[in-house]
Ligand binder design. Sequence first.
Ligand code: MN
Length: 229
Amino acid sequence: MTKYVIEPAPPASLPIRGSNKRFPVRRVYCVGRNYAAHTIEMGGDPDREVPFFFQKNPDNLVTGGADFPYPDKSNDVHHEIEMIVALHKGGANIPLETALDHVWGYGVGLDMTRRDLQGQCKEKRHPWEIGKAFDHSVPASDLVPASEIGHPANGAIWLKVNGEMRQQGDLNHMIWKVPEMIAYLSGLFTLAPGDLILSGTPSGVGPVKRGDELEGHVDGVGDLHCKVV
Ligand code: MN
């Protein structure tokens, strides 16, 4: 048995709806600017830019409806509601035609963003981690298996803050559909079981404050509740 000089951290994981088993998480990939209306609100041009990827950390996940602690070093933390894609098979250069076979299931997640720090990073051409990959930056719902719900390609995705609709879109507005993001991403990184992909956010992103109740939804997938504290 391998001996470690310090106690290794247990793997990050997500609960599974209706099960006492959990989904172990290896990596968290995120797609940027994957809905045209959001690309436009961020100052981009969806006809000239392709979506792109960045990563968050598995231990940034917040599960089981736990609170989201407002992070330090920011006065402009934004919500981004996204569908989570969870992979149970990996590979490199996965063909488009078989990409969905790699998906175990789906969930609802928030790509919480320190927008002010992200803005500084963009300006200085620095990497995005301080704006994106901070502690607790990925509140997530329980996952549901594709064997139960299939592979949702259309349906509403929305986020309410204190009961008021803030973000609204449809999964079929994604620029890169789920098979395309798996195929493309697997050309850049060897994907593996346990990888998550946050598939991008529709328009309407905006700031949160302590005390806000966030309620996210993806048709056919589920709901996410999270309080900012
Ligand atoms: Mn995002």
